[in-house]
Design a protein around this ligand. Structure first.
Ligand code: UT7
Length: 328
C-alpha cells in the first residue's frame, strides 16, 4: 500500500492572559451580547509578555507534544510554520522555532496563507512524507494576532486571539493519514482582508503608522459572504469525491472565524451538530492556529480510523479542505 502522511501527535498552546467580551466593552463600542450572537466568541487569549512572540506560542505547543511522544527534537527533519505574524519579516519563524526547541537537524520554513495557513502547511508536509525521503515532519499553525490588531477597531478586535497548535506527521502504510485535499487561492480577494503596510508595497514609515495601516483591515461582510460559500462548497466537494456521506464523516474540524460560517458549512454537508468541533468561544480566531488547536482540544474524542474533514477560509483569499483518516 502507498505511503500516507499520518498525524501521530498533536499539541496546542494559548497564553494565560484572557481578553473577554466584557473587557472589549471597555475598549470599543460593542457588547458581549453582540459578539456572542454574531460570532460565537466569548473570550480570547492574548500574549502580553514583553519579548514573547509567535515562536513562543509554537514552542509552547511543540515541546509538550514531543515530550509526550518521547521524541528527541534532533529527530525532526522538516519544520513548517504557517503564520502571518512571524517574529520577524525574516528569518522565518520556523527557523526561530527550530533553534528554540533544539531541532538542529531540521530544515525549516514558513508558509503564509492567513487562516488557511495550517491546511497549506499540512498539504505541503504530507507531500514530504509521501516522497519517502522524510519520516518526521512538524507542521505548525501559530499566530500572535494581537500584534497586528487595532484595539480601537470594533470590526476586527472582537474576532482575533493568539494561539498555536502543531502536528507531527509520520509515514503510514495502512491507509491512515491525509487522503485527499482541495486547496484554492484567489488573490483578487486581497483588498477585503489584509495588513496594508509593512511589506514592500507600503514599507513602514511615520505616515503608515499614523494612518494605522499596520493593523488588520477587514471588510467583514464581504469576507463573510465569500467564506460561507467557499468553505461550505469545498468541504462538500471533498466529502463527495471521497464517497463520504454525512453518516461516514465522523468529524468536521472547521476554521474558527465565525460560528455562523461553521454552521453553514456543517449544514451544507448535512452533518449532525455533534460531529462539528467548535472551540471558537474560548479562543476567537487564532488564524493559522485554529485547526491544530481544535485537533488538540478534541484529540481524546478521535478513534483510529475516524474520517475527519478539515476546512478553512481566509485572507488572500485562500481556502480549502483536507480529508484524513485518524491514525491512533
Ligand atoms: O478568518 C478569516 C476570515 N474572516 C472571517 O471569516 C470573518 C468574516 N466576517 C465576519 O465574521 C462578520 O462579518 C463580522 C463578525 C466581522 C461582522 O458581523 P456582521 O454580522 O457581518 O456585521 P456587519 O459588519 O454587517 O455589521 C452589522 C452592524 C453594523 O451596524 P449598522 O450599520 O447595521 O447600524 C455595524 O456597525 O453591526 C455593527 N457592528 C458592531 N456592533 C457592535 C460591527 N461591529 C460591531 C461590534 N459591536 N463589534
Amino acid at each position: 500500500m502507498s505511503i500516507h502522511a499520518a498525524i501521530t501527535g498533536v499539541g496546542g498552546y494559548v497564553p494565560d492572559n484572557i481578553l473577554s467580551n466584557k473587557d472589549l466593552e471597555k475598549l470599543v463600542d460593542t457588547t458581549d451580547e453582540w459578539i456572542r450572537t454574531r460570532t460565537g466568541i466569548e473570550e480570547r487569549h492574548i500574549l502580553n509578555e514583553a519579548g514573547k512572540a509567535t515562536s513562543d506560542l509554537a514552542v509552547g505547543a511543540i515541546l509538550p507534544m514531543l515530550a509526550k511522544k518521547n521524541i528527541d527534537p534532533l529527530d525532526i527533519e522538516v519544520i513548517i510554520c504557517a503564520t502571518v505574524t512571524g517574529d520577524y519579516v525574516f528569518p522565518a519563524t520556523a527557523n526561530v522555532i527550530a533553534d528554540k526547541i533544539g531541532a538542529k537537524n531540521a530544515w525549516s520554513f514558513d508558509i503564509g496563507a492567513a487562516c488557511s495557513g495550517f491546511l497549506y502547511a499540512l498539504e505541503t508536509g504530507a507531500r514530504f512524507i509521501e516522497s519517502g525521503k522524510y519520516t518526521k515532519v512538524l507542521v505548525i499553525g501559530a499566530d500572535k494576532m494581537s500584534a497586528i490588531i487595532d484595539y480601537t477597531d470594533r470590526n476586527t478586535c472582537i474576532i482575533f486571539g493568539d494561539g498555536a497548535g502543531c502536528v507531527l506527521l509520520e509515514p503510514n502504510s495502512e491507509g491512515f493519514g491525509v487522503l485527499d485535499s482541495k486547496l484554492h487561492s484567489d488573490g483578487s480577494g486581497r483588498e477585503f482582508l489584509q495588513q496594508p503596510a509593512g511589506g514592500s508595497l507600503l514599507p513602514p514609515s511615520v505616515e503608515t503608522v499614523e494612518a494605522r495601516k499596520h493593523y488588520v483591515y477587514q471588510e467583514g461582510k464581504t469576507v463573510f459572504k465569500f467564506a460561507v460559500t467557499n468553505m461550505a462548497d469545498v468541504s462538500y466537494e471533498v466529502m463527495n469525491r471521497n464517497d463520504l456521506t454525512s453518516e461516514t464523516v465522523d468529524w468536521l474540524v472547521p476554521h474558527q472565524a465565525n460560528l455562523r460560517i461553521i454552521d453553514a458549512t456543517a449544514e451544507r454537508m448535512g452533518l449532525d451538530k455533534s460531529k462539528v468541533l467548535i472551540n471558537i468561544q474560548k479562543y476567537g480566531n487564532t488564524t493559522a492556529g485554529t485547526l491544530p488547536l481544535c485537533l488538540y482540544d478534541f484529540e481524546s474524542r478521535f478513534k483510529k480510523g475516524d474520517n475527519l474533514i478539515l476546512s478553512t477560509f481566509g485572507g488572500g483569499f485562500t481556502w480549502g479542505a483536507i480529508y484524513l483518516k485518524w491514525a491512533y
